[in-house]
Design a protein around this ligand. Structure first.
Ligand SMILES: [Fe+2]
Ligand SMILES: [Fe+2]
Length: 445
């Protein structure tokens, strides 16, 4: 309790030190080795294209290219995930009797377009698979999969169906065209399967390793401003603290711990904003407001850490975030990136953080918690207003900013995953906030 009181009482005098959160010299490290979680979404064409190109095995790229042949013509990608896997199993049945192995590629369309919701996902899409039975009996399969997670990013069940061209006696013998079906259980990146090639009389069972999960990665959502890399992808360098939670109190403590990590992550993000504002010659007043926001985020980290400890996680201390390295851009490119990220992370992101915190404050029966959330709500709203002012300044510098923002005005707004609280209520707040922001953006442009 004293930690929280101390954090709150230091409001306005810079850095809260009650729980030893200090303005560390953040370690600069390559994003490719530093990130624990990332998500690249918001329907931004150049972002999605780079994401696909970097993270996907060649087979997945090939399949995606076939299915979504000209992404430059579309800002809305039909498939959210594209990946590939290798598998091994054993073929039962009179047409089996040997080890089966091969490679597969798949794309998935998910009902969670931003990879950021806390709910289980449904996904479907096409797949292609090359299988060898033994060393000389190939199967070429094309089909589709559909499935649903039962635990987000951990367990999902899926069904497959399609057609297979098989050579049950080797390539020199006649081919057989057969329908196939399959049932699989996706456990993180492993798919346990049983397949049925109806006219080949073989029923392989086995497992497939899928580095890019069928449903996509869990994503990372933060309460506040995330870090982004050169490609514009969000990168969370602090993984959510792992702890078994059995009781409501433990889940609550873990939620506050998650919030503390997200607040801490905002510090390097805002430090970068200060630098990048200066790099494009933004007015001093905007730079100074961004610098003050860094202090706010450190105080939020202290407050959330104190709340986690008060809720029972006595030894909790948030790990120090790693500053994701990226190059500042000058001129029009820098102004456009600034505008884009101010919209996504400030107007939408920090604005939502403010709305959620204000809602928590209004609902809280505990006066200490109500005060803490009200403090954060007020600060986050100020950060969101800073983002709107940056947006306006960027728009005044380059008319192209308006065109760019029109392409992302429908970006989704999602609530950070939490173990407690009413998700439906929080998502309702997010949707109202999104509509308000869209109206305000339309007026500004
Ligand atoms: Fe914050
Ligand atoms: Fe903020």
């Amino acid at each position: 309790m004293s930690d929280l009181s101390s954090s709150l009482s230091k409001r306005g005098d810079g850095l809260a030190s009650a729980v030893n959160v200090a303005p560390h010299a953040f370690i600069v490290q390559s994003v490719h080795s530093a990130m624990d979680a990332r998500v690249c979404d918001e329907g931004k064409p150049e972002v999605r294209r780079r994401h696909w190109g970097r993270g996907m095995p060649a087979a997945g790229v090939f399949l995606a290219a076939l299915l979504d042949a000209n992404p430059a013509l579309s800002q809305d990608y039909f498939f959210d995930v594209a990946g590939g896997g290798v598998f091994v199993g054993y073929g039962l049945g009179s047409g089996g009797g040997s080890v089966t192995w091969g490679v597969e590629a798949y794309t998935s369309r998910s009902d969670d377009v931003d990879g950021c919701s806390s709910q289980e996902r449904t996904a479907w899409g096409p797949l292609a698979r090359f299988t060898l039975q033994g060393l000389s009996r190939p199967l070429f399969s094309l089909g589709a999969h559909v499935g649903k997670e039962t635990e987000r990013a951990v367990l999902g069940l899926n069904l497959e169906g399609g057609i297979t061209l098989g050579f049950p006696r080797g390539l020199e013998a006649d081919a057989v065209l057969s329908p196939f079906s399959a049932v699989g259980a996706d456990i993180v990146v492993v798919d346990l399967y049983t397949r049925h090639y109806w006219l080949l009389d073989t029923y392989p069972i086995g497992l497939s390793f899928r580095p890019i999960p069928t449903y996509g990665f869990a994503g990372s959502c933060v309460e506040g401003r995330p870090q982004r890399d050169d490609a514009g992808c969000r990168s969370a360098t602090i993984g959510a603290p792992q702890r078994r939670t059995h009781s409501h109190a433990e889940r609550l403590a873990s939620d506050f711990a998650d919030a503390a990590c997200e607040e801490y992550e905002s510090v390097p993000a805002l430090l970068r904003l200060v630098t990048e504002l200066a790099f494009v010659g933004a007015p001093r007043s905007l730079i100074e407001r961004a610098r003050r926001a860094v202090d706010d985020e450190l105080r939020h980290t202290s407050i959330c850490t104190a709340l986690a400890r008060r809720a029972g996680w006595r030894g909790f201390t948030p790990p120090v975030p790693v500053a994701v390295q990226r190059n500042p851009l000058s001129g029009r490119a820098g102004v456009e990136r600034l505008a884009l990220e101010s919209w996504l992370d400030g107007c939408l992101g920090e604005g939502l953080a403010a709305a959620l915190a204000a809602d928590d404050a209004a609902l809280a029966r505990d006066p200490g918690l109500a005060t803490a959330r009200a403090v954060i709500a007020e600060d986050e709203q100020r950060h969101a207003e800073l983002a709107w002012d940056i947006l306006q300044w960027c728009h005044e510098q380059h008319p192209s900013v308006g065109e760019l923002l029109r392409t992302v005005r429908d970006a989704p707004v999602t609530v950070p995953a939490r173990r407690t609280g009413e998700l439906r209520r929080r998502e309702g707040i997010a949707q109202r906030h999104r509509m308000d922001c869209r109206r305000r953006l339309a007026a500004l442009l």
